[in-house]
Design a protein around this ligand. Structure first.
Ligand code: MLT
Length: 388
């Protein structure tokens, strides 16, 4: 059978592909160290697990969950936004529960854009923004992120005819994969431009809680008037080490939340209610210290990896946020060649920067989500290759 033409616009999901390469190496007996995907190795805090277990024992959670997310969960998200960012949200109109941000990112794209429309996508970036735009039949207009511009898109360079066809602009700070951060002035400029061109601003806020040396990332919704323009995706995956639980929320602009909800509720159901109750527990103020403890661990790993890579001759910069190092490849080696060579010779999985877009060429991404001794071991193996 010939499947739908739109399938020709996508390849295997990046991390599915990397997992298969890692599994093949393991099958050959290689001691694989996976610094590819950003999947925290630290366990979910015990209080959150306990809340899920308690919730699962209540038969009321065994029935279909609320389509838009349990009101208690949406209220917890609203309280968190008030406490953390000083942003007031109406939990009924401006918060939607998600089966992880990835689900919402996909469904928002289908709600916002279709054939004839443009989606403005930074690159390198989380592959889902561009892939879903293409699946929805929209045209992707790429916004290169380069070191020279602090890995911020040059919105002033987007031509007017492109703005006129644009429906959606993606931003993601703290940034995956580069580790860059954006200040309020950048966010305010993005809000202004989206307002001027009647474009929905979508902010992926997955890494907002992972900041180092006292850095606290702002929310785009802190910009006055942003709620008329922007939707933000908040994920419990990275701050609370809950990647496997699949829980997130979309917050902000009410008509966009409604549009996303229309696609979502016609496509899937809500997340298991016991998991949402665990999310309520996670968002209570006492869990802030669980986040800070993990951030301390990542900061220590960041410092040890950066100094080991620098000692080996790599030009590795220490990011202010996220748990990713964005490291220039050795001279003469492409991102894919570097990642393949490192996996082949050392068993260390890195993500080739070019997999996130063509401006990611010349970089590999290293995730700090493995124990300290494994990161140390991985850097030692890479150093022994004498690539630089
Ligand atoms: C990443 O490593 O880029 C992300 O963890 C992937 C994801 O969240 O799906």
């Amino acid at each position: 059978m010939k499947f739908a033409d739109r399938l020709a616009t996508v390849g295997p999901y990046l991390f599915f592909d990397l997992d298969q390469k890692a599994a093949a190496a393991r099958a050959r007996g290689v001691d694989v160290i996976n610094l590819g995907i950003g999947d925290p190795d630290l366990p979910t805090p015990g209080a959150i697990v306990d809340a899920m277990v308690e919730g699962a024992r209540d038969p009321a959670t065994h029935r279909y969950p609320d389509y838009q997310g349990a009101l208690r969960f949406r209220e917890a998200v609203a309280h968190f936004y008030q406490r953390r960012f000083g942003v007031a949200l109406d939990p009924r109109q401006e918060v939607l529960g998600l089966i992880g941000s990835k689900e919402g990112i996909s469904h928002l794209t289908w709600a916002a854009a279709g054939p004839g429309d443009v989606v403005l996508v930074p690159e390198p970036s989380y592959p889902v923004y561009a892939v879903q735009a293409r699946l929805a039949g929209a045209t992707v207009f790429s916004l290169p992120l380069t070191a020279g511009q602090g890995f911020l898109p040059n919105l002033a360079a987007v031509p007017d005819p492109v703005w006129r066809r644009a429906k959606l602009l993606w931003i993601n700070y703290p940034n995956n994969p580069t580790g860059a951060v954006a200040d309020r002035a950048f966010l305010a400029d993005a809000v202004d431009r989206c307002r001027a061109h009647d474009v929905l601003l979508a902010s992926d806020q997955a890494y907002s809680e992972i900041g180092y040396d006292g850095y606290r990332a702002p929310s785009v919704l802190e910009v006055p008037g942003a709620k008329e323009v922007a939707v933000e995706f908040f994920s419990l995956s990275k701050p609370y080490r809950m990647t496997g639980w699949r829980l997130g929320a979309a917050v902000g602009r009410a008509d966009a939340i409604h549009a996303l909800s229309l696609v979502k509720t016609n496509t899937d159901s809500g997340q298991f209610t016991a998991i949402q109750l665990a999310g309520v527990r996670a968002l209570e103020p006492d869990q802030d210290q669980a986040i800070q403890a993990a951030v301390g661990v990542y900061q220590r790993r960041r410092d040890l990896a950066v100094s080991a890579l620098r000692a080996a001759g790599f030009d590795a910069a220490a990011p202010r946020a996220t748990f990713y190092l964005w490291v220039p490849t050795p001279p003469g080696l492409s991102a894919r060649d570097t990642a393949a060579l490192v996996l082949d010779r050392t068993g260390v999985v890195l993500t080739p920067g070019s997999a996130y877009g063509e401006s990611g060429e010349g970089y590999v991404r290293l995730s700090l989500t493995a124990p300290d001794d494994r990161i140390q071991e991985a850097c030692g193996r890479i150093a022994a290759m004498r690539l630089v």
